[in-house]
Design a protein around this ligand. Sequence first.
Ligand SMILES: C[S@@+](CC[C@H](N)C(=O)[O-])C[C@H]1O[C@@H](n2cnc3c(N)ncnc32)[C@H](O)[C@@H]1O
Length: 250
Amino acid sequence: MKQVQPYSALASVYDLVMSHVDYEGWADFLVHLVDMHLPEASGLRALELGAGTGLLTDALYDASDWDLTLSDYSPDMLAAAGRRFPDGDVAIRHLDFGGEWKLGAETFDIILLMYDGFNYLLEPAGVHALLRGVTAHLAPGGLFLFDQSTPHNSINNAEFFEDEGEEDGFEYRRTSHFDPASAIHTTAFDIKTPTGRFHEEHRQRAWTRAAVEALLATHPLEVVASFDGFSLDPAHDESERVHWVLKRPA
Ligand SMILES: C[S@@+](CC[C@H](N)C(=O)[O-])C[C@H]1O[C@@H](n2cnc3c(N)ncnc32)[C@H](O)[C@@H]1O
């Protein structure tokens, strides 16, 4: 089995792996959060970070009138996204959100980072790079929405991180291990495609809500809300997933 970079071989089975996810419901929730904080706005320019193959982007396209730009750092995920949007309805950019952003002078009214992309940042330096990039490319008064999963998610939902699937000659098996001492969650994928067998290992940090709050406090973005999971209840220290809403001061 060939060891390959995260999100290379996985791109060919990513939509299958995510077939249980309610992206339409997630998009409706995000549009509602934006409506709550930017009422009456229309035609907002939105940049999605770590957008992968564009599953959420597609649902946002249907759920909003936003002018969407999708980005990711994986060439294979971006290629799959390009096949999803062949008509240029959504702009596509290569962008490492934990590094130096190369977007020129482009600004956006909304920046989004969803489904644990934040958790791929293993160290505070990556979080600071993300927040610098967001601050530089968010229009004054614009919103940054991101989610994070916490150690409670890794511990409480261990059974959901182990599964397998098969479709049209593509197969995957996912196994997972969480180390509470380091807070590192490792997910391994064995992938079989018509061109071979591949192994990917993904490392993510299960940041606590409090650790993220402390990092956010060192940046000029204003935290306007943090929600427990997909509810409108405030996030708390037992939350498994937190949705953060930040605003660039006008
Ligand atoms: C779990 S997937 C989520 C994809 C998409 N948001 C979704 O909901 O289906 C995480 C994505 O983040 C991307 N990613 C991880 N770290 C990144 C980084 N530093 N810069 C850009 N993309 C990154 C991966 O390539 C992958 O496509």
